[in-house]
Ligand binder design. Structure first.
Ligand code: 4AD
Ligand code: MG
Length: 438
């Protein structure tokens, strides 16, 4: 591993071990908490790996160290030397008996003390981002992305880099962000799918990780205006083949997070049993028809043909303890590119994967319409402009191939895995309709 600059500094996790007891070590980090009690000052040091209590005793350190310890404020950065001791009263069971301490960057009064409201905390996001909760979630997200990449590389999927600036909508105009592009109009990508489809004709199995943008009108617990989208597209894959890939991918990610991030899951008080249930595949599959029956049985006033909202999805998740699929949606509630079921052309060969425990949709995918005529007909039916999709239609003219793909909302997955109740904490700087600050 690359060493960080500076000789001899260790990390909290490296010193909080039985074999380190009695050793003198050097650490550096930020003041997580400070208490001054008579001739003792307790400073809890926070670094990227955790926290450790540092005890400064007035008569046992040089004058300068004591002065610095008195002066240091919460969130100041500092360097410290001391002897590792066991102390069951200290957080984590270890303490550093300080022999030397120096401030690096003295902090002004930190504007977050605890108990502030969410809007205030979002305004101070650049500082709130240091919180242990957000740190734990960011580490989980790191492991989610790393696991996804591991799975995809091992299974022969090519990583590609589609554009963010696009000329046409993938998921319909309602959530499209328009932008000024020199003297023309362009859009921010809602999905890389259409470009990934072009790439399967050479690479066959492709994937990308990009920001996607949705001008979501309402503020909900699970919608961001900008989110990270992991998308796969495979030539020769039919719907069921692609569903298998999606459940393998999700169960692999959950497995790796359980292995790598158990400390963070515990910090977040995540019930790991719920995650362990997701290791076993295949996940259950129901058709949209059945979903409607279940909902009607549960007293929902919903008719065949209507879209499932967050409340409906939440109710459906009560029926399952693992992620599960809903398939074969009515064509009128799904995108133009989805292939119609040849047995039953009022429904599409589309699938959503829903996470249990109320979380709902984490993946949307489908088999794609691969016939030029049928795709053109759908474009007309939906009142879209065929000119905008000329290049996309071309893909059906030059060696068309059956193919399928899906998109996974990274923050939706992280939200479920972390067991948190709002999507905003799965991304460092969340974007909603109301704010782009900081
Ligand atoms: O279901 P969606 O709209 O599907 C597509 O965009 C397809 N073109 C993907 C594909 O087949 N390549 O979006 C896919 C996933 C959703 O299941 C959800 O997890 C996530 O993207 N998602 C959002 N996540 C956060 N905030 C939003 N506003 C989201 N909208 C969709
Ligand atoms: Mg969807």
């Amino acid at each position: 591993m690359n060493k960080m600059p500076g000789e001899g500094f260790l990390k909290t996790k490296d010193v909080m071990k039985p074999e380190m007891i009695g050793k003198e070590v050097m650490l550096r980090g930020w003041v997580y908490r400070k208490r001054h009690i008579g001739a003792k000052i307790f400073i809890v040091l926070r670094d990227s790996e955790g926290i450790i209590q540092c005890l400064v005793v007035k008569n046992e350190v040089d004058e300068k160290t004591w002065e610095e310890a008195e002066k240091i404020t919460r969130e100041s950065s500092f360097m410290v030397k001391g002897i590792v001791r066991e102390d069951p009263r200290a957080p984590g069971g270890y303490e550093l008996k300080v022999t030397w301490l120096r401030i690096v960057g003295l902090s002004d009064v930190f504007p977050i003390r605890g108990g502030e409201g969410i809007d205030y905390l979002l305004d101070k996001r650049h500082l709130w981002i240091r919180s242990r909760k957000l740190t734990a979630i960011m580490k989980i997200k790191h492991s989610v992305l790393k696991a996804a990449r591991e799975y995809l590389v091992r299974n022969g999927w090519w990583e590609v880099t589609p554009p963010i600036i696009t000329a046409s909508a993938c998921e319909g105009g309602a959530t499209l962000f328009e932008m000024k592009y020199f003297d023309r109009k362009a859009y921010l990508s809602q999905s890389a799918q259409l470009y990934l489809e072009a790439l399967i004709f050479s690479l066959e199995k492709v994937w990308s990780l990009t920001p996607s943008f949705r001008a979501e009108k309402s503020r909900t617990r699970r919608h961001l205006a900008e989110y990270w989208h992991l998308e796969l597209e495979g030539a020769w894959y039919h719907m069921e083949d692609m569903m298998k890939v999606s459940e393998e991918l999700v169960s692999y990610i959950v497995k790796r997070v359980l292995e790598e991030r158990s400390e963070e899951l515990e910090f977040l008080k995540r019930d790991k049993v719920m995650l362990e249930r997701a290791l076993e595949i295949p996940y259950p599959r129901i058709k949209y028809d059945e979903a409607i029956e279940i909902l009607q049985r549960k007293g929902f006033r919903i008719e065949w043909g209507e879209d499932l909202g967050a409340d409906e999805e939440r109710a459906l998740t009560e029926e399952f303890e693992t992620p599960f699929f809903i398939t074969h949606f009515p064509k009128q509630i799904k995108a133009f590119y989805m292939k119609l079921d040849p047995q039953r052309p009022d429904v599409v060969l589309g699938f959503d994967m829903l996470a249990p425990e109320g979380y709902g949709e984490i993946i949307g995918g489908s088999e794609r319409e691969d016939s030029y005529e049928k795709l053109l007909q759908r474009i007309h039916e939906l009142g879209l402009d065929p000119k905008e999709y000329e290049w996309y239609l071309d893909l059906r003219r030059y060696g068309s191939v059956p193919h399928s793909g899906f998109g996974l909302g990274v923050e939706r997955l992280v939200m479920w895995i972390s067991g948190i109740d709002h999507i905003r904490d799965t991304i460092p700087f969340p974007r909603f309709r109301e704010r782009v600050y900081p």
